[in-house]
Design a protein around this ligand. Structure first.
Ligand SMILES: [Mg+2]
Length: 163
């Protein structure tokens, strides 16, 4: 196991702290965005006003966006349709097919595509395996599966080891 694959390229406190302008300036043209605990609370279909504006701004700059989520089609579709953003559901992250599918949908190359997510073992690992620009944000809240909580513990250990 290559531990570098678990390291995000960037860490922010929230997706709202990420500057789409800056990402665009560095050459990014696509963003693969996780849903649960990255954009909204687990299973909550309503995005905050700020989150909606952030997504709209990214679109206006010329970014291609795609939601990639391990959650059900029904769950992801509800948010995606409202925002008119394409999606890949039941993605089985960190498996690579869903990230590849998102690149295909967006028409962007791996080196010009960012992945934004709250989990090292799905979002970051999957993105790094394809050479995407991986950005980690902490989970929005703690309403989540116990299994996910367990993974957080492992994530904390790995983040600690980075220092
Ligand atoms: Mg998530």
């Amino acid at each position: 196991m290559n531990f570098n694959l678990l390291r995000p390229k960037q860490v922010y406190h929230s997706i709202l702290e990420i500057s789409p302008e800056e990402l665009f300036r560095t050459g990014m043209r696509g963003m693969i965005i996780d849903l649960d605990n990255t954009l909204t609370e687990w299973q909550n279909p309503v995005l905050s006003e700020k989150t909606i504006s952030w997504l709209e701004k990214a679109k206006c700059l010329g970014f291609q966006l795609c939601f990639v989520s391990n959650n059900s089609t029904r769950r992801v579709q509800e948010v995606a349709q409202r925002m008119e953003i394409p999606f890949v559901a039941r993605a089985q992250k960190p498996r690579r097919w869903s990230f590849r599918r998102a690149l295909e949908i967006m028409g962007t190359r791996p080196e010009e595509t960012a992945v934004i997510g709250d989990q090292i073992f799905t979002d970051i690992l999957g993105g790094n395996r394809l050479g995407l620009y991986t950005i980690l944000v902490p989970p929005i809240n703690r309403r989540e599966f116990f299994g996910t909580r367990l993974m957080r513990l492992l994530e904390a250990i790995i983040l600690f080891k980075r220092r």
